[in-house]
Write a protein of this length. Sequence first.
Length: 236
Amino acid sequence: MVDSLEKEGCVPVHVGIIMDGNGRWAKQRGGIRTNGHSEGLKRAKEIAKAASDLKIKYLTLYVFSTENWKRTQQEVGFLMNLIHGHLLGELNFYKENKIRVKLLGDITGLPKGIQEDIIECEKETESFDGTTINLAINYGGRNEILRSVRKIAGLSLKPEEIQESTISDNFDVPELPDMDLLIRTGGEKRLSNFMLWHAAYAELIFCDTLWPDYKRDEFIGHINEFQNRTRRFGAV
Ligand code: IPE
Ligand code: IPE
Ligand code: MG
């Protein structure tokens, strides 16, 4: 069992996770898809705690994409209730672990109750300076870039005044650095519109484990794997 890192220090600063496979996990057990989401929430908390223990500065969790509205009304409703219940009822989880919470995504497209939860959660945790958990809810990488470009269009800048940093300064969490490590569970090998800008040079790990089975040990194993990668960023 892996319960600590092989190399102390040099953990990735920003880790992103596409938490996929909840529906299949439930189906394999003869249950309905939504059972997988409930179990998946437990893993999200377990991994958030692990990230905080490992002193990872930013963990971005893909909770609900701009494309996930295509699912049945019943599943979308269940997910919104689950998110609402978690943010409202489990704020203490973040406070006890001194985790700062930020929303990534278009808040205006979310139900009013969730908008209020997010504002409350961000406010109550803003002073914590350990791990920040970015919850990507109603998030799409293209949508994030589009919203940034729209804000910039209102600034009447000259074209040559627009830098890469102008685009990232207008993202939901402007200080969020590039992603170092992107993990996707559930066996699919695609980005599904996650963090298109930030993941430009991320190390990628795709694993077959369905999200509700993804535990702390496997996460630590993936951090170890990251530490053994050679990153060149185009140099030799
Ligand atoms: C990921 O699991 C959770 C969300 C997208 C909200 P899925 O619900 O996509 O599960 P699979 O991929 O269908 O098994
Ligand atoms: C990506 O998973 C979105 C989240 C994990 C929140 P999906 O299950 O929605 O992605 P696709 O449909 O397989 O691309
Ligand atoms: Mg899926």
